[in-house]
Design a protein around this ligand. Structure first.
Ligand SMILES: Nc1ncnc2c1ncn2[C@@H]1O[C@H](COP(=O)(O)OP(=O)(O)OP(=O)(O)O)[C@@H](O)[C@H]1O
Ligand SMILES: [Mg+2]
Length: 135
């Protein structure tokens, strides 16, 4: 699984639009695609008419046993969404409060490996500590 992140420290430069369009193109070409909307404002989730909410927020997300519970189907074939949640605005603090933030994030991303060919991380202008070297 390839992991591609769209980010920039500047706001309003097309991060979300790029991410959504690239994910759409991959899905249209037949790749199993997952878009993780990592912006607490939930703009990418809004594009697909998916509610920006993860039950239990960031904390619960990383502890969820069945990742299927987290993923929502979109109306585009081969394109699934891991929605945004307002708690993501503190995700870097949450990860940093643990012992190995990069490891925790990498392990979480790795859980999607067998189901998807490509995963997009739609980031906000805030960079997350845990994105790590896999991306
Ligand atoms: N290639 C483009 N051509 C014209 N308009 C664009 C293009 N890409 C994005 N836009 C428009 O620019 C605005 C900002 O885009 P977008 O929301 O993707 O930026 P962003 O970097 O994700 O912003 P934010 O920092 O708020 O998350 C939107 O109205 C979007 O529709
Ligand atoms: Mg955006």
């Amino acid at each position: 699984m390839k992991i591609i992140a769209t980010y920039n420290i500047k706001g309003g430069v097309g991060k979300t639009a790029n991410c959504v369009n690239l994910a759409y193109s991959c899905a249209k070409s037949g790749m199993n695609t997952l878009l993780w909307d990592l912006d607490s404002q939930g703009a990418a989730s809004f594009y697909f008419n998916v509610k920006s909410e993860v039950r239990g927020g960031t904390k619960k997300l990383f502890k969820t046993k069945d990742i299927g519970e987290l993923v929502k189907e979109t109306n585009i074939e081969h394109l699934d969404l891991l929605p945004a949640d307002f708690s993501y605005r503190h995700m870097d603090l949450y990860l940093d409060s643990g012992k190995k933030p990069k490891k925790q994030m990498n392990e979480f991303l790795g859980r999607f490996e067998k189901d998807y060919d490509v995963m997009f991380l739609g980031l906000s202008s805030q960079l997350f500590t845990g994105i790590g070297k896999r991306v």
